[in-house]
Design a protein around this ligand. Structure first.
Ligand SMILES: [Zn+2]
Length: 80
């Protein structure tokens, strides 16, 4: 036998009926919250990707800089 219970939504305070003991929100809020979670997860992923790209860019810049410094030093040495 399935047990249903009346619960109060933690988000909007509306009462709803659920069979799940772990449910804390009504259907509407559940949908909204999971959509928000998904959105946040996507944003985190995007931010992480952007951060990695920045890191990569920085590494490339650093190696370019040191390469340029090395070339300058070589040129200096060659000139002397
Ligand atoms: Zn709700």
């Amino acid at each position: 036998m399935e047990e249903t219970m009346m619960k109060k939504c933690r988000r909007c305070g509306a009462e709803f009926i659920t069979r799940s003991r772990i449910r804390k929100r009504c259907d509407v809020c559940q949908t909204v919250v999971s959509a928000e979670k998904q959105k946040k997860a996507n944003e985190r992923l995007k931010a992480r990707r952007a951060a990695r790209r920045m890191c990569l860019l920085k590494a490339v810049n650093l190696s370019l800089q040191s390469a340029a410094r090395g070339a300058a030093r070589e040129a200096l040495r060659a000139g002397m």
